[in-house]
Design a protein around this ligand. Structure first.
Ligand SMILES: Cc1cc2nc3c(=O)[nH]c(=O)nc-3n(C[C@H](O)[C@H](O)[C@H](O)COP(=O)(O)O)c2cc1C
Length: 218
């Protein structure tokens, strides 16, 4: 790791990519995201930041058409589910406890060449902030972390020229049931692939409030 961070793209390119991405409604089902690109997207997901670095998530990648078929009715049969190349179910851990903090501290010590004792203060701070939360607050907090990963996913797709759609239009409990999720809760999903030529949303102009309406300088 270096202590300098050189820009890898200019502002104009960044804004061009962000204007070009859109919530794809229909993918070209004959196109699959190549393995190397998908692997990069998975690696980018794993790099998502999280509060205290706890990574309270699991990402379930669904490509099996049988699973997609079973899930689609529980996502209002939105065409993205069956037409996408990859569907990601972003899940939040239902619980976090002392063992999770210990695991993270052990990994941190190992990766950064520290003694576990060097991290006792940090570990107890994380432990007390977790133990002060109700189970409901903890799950909601974990879900918020998952949304950060969602954005990292969307941005990564966009930069790699992959179309995607973030989706809350699904029944999480049904997804949990079909995918056999117990210790994690389906929170938000995203589909990815390449846009169908007849997806008219791809050419619609962006609808965004004026910057002055949503941003203030103080
Ligand atoms: C959290 C979240 C949930 C969304 N859920 C759906 C969805 O279920 N189905 C869908 O077609 N689009 C969904 N969208 C896409 C939004 O409608 C879209 O991002 C928004 O209208 C802005 O358009 P753009 O992304 O094309 O710029 C969702 C977006 C977000 C961020």
């Amino acid at each position: 790791m270096s202590n300098t961070f050189e820009p890898t793209l200019d502002g104009e390119t960044l804004l061009r990519v962000l204007n070009a991405r859109y919530a794809c409604k229909k993918f070209d089902s004959s196109r699959t995201i190549p393995d190397d690109i998908w692997t990069t997207i998975e690696d980018a997901l794993v790099l998502s930041p999280s509060s205290y670095g706890l990574q309270p998530w699991k990402f379930i990648v669904v490509t099996d058409p049988d699973f997609k078929e079973e899930l689609a009715p529980h996502a209002w049969n939105q065409p993205q589910i069956m037409s996408c190349s990859h569907l990601v179910v972003f899940c939040a851990r239902r619980e976090l406890g002392g063992d999770d903090v210990e695991n993270l501290m052990n990994l941190t010590a190992q990766v950064r060449g520290l003694a576990a004792t060097d991290l006792h203060g940090y570990a107890s701070m994380i432990g007390s902030s977790i133990s002060n939360m109700s189970p409901e607050d903890l799950l909601n907090w974990n879900k918020r972390q998952v949304y950060v990963a969602l954005e990292q996913f969307l941005m990564s797709c966009a930069l790699l020229g992959v179309d995607a759609c973030p989706m809350e239009g699904f029944v999480p409990a049904k997804f949990d049931e079909i995918l056999g999720l117990t210790d994690v809760a389906a929170t938000v999903i995203a589909t990815a692939g390449y846009r169908a030529v007849d997806d008219k949303y791809g050419s619609l102009p962006k609808v965004r409030y004026d910057k002055s309406d949503v941003l203030e300088h103080r």
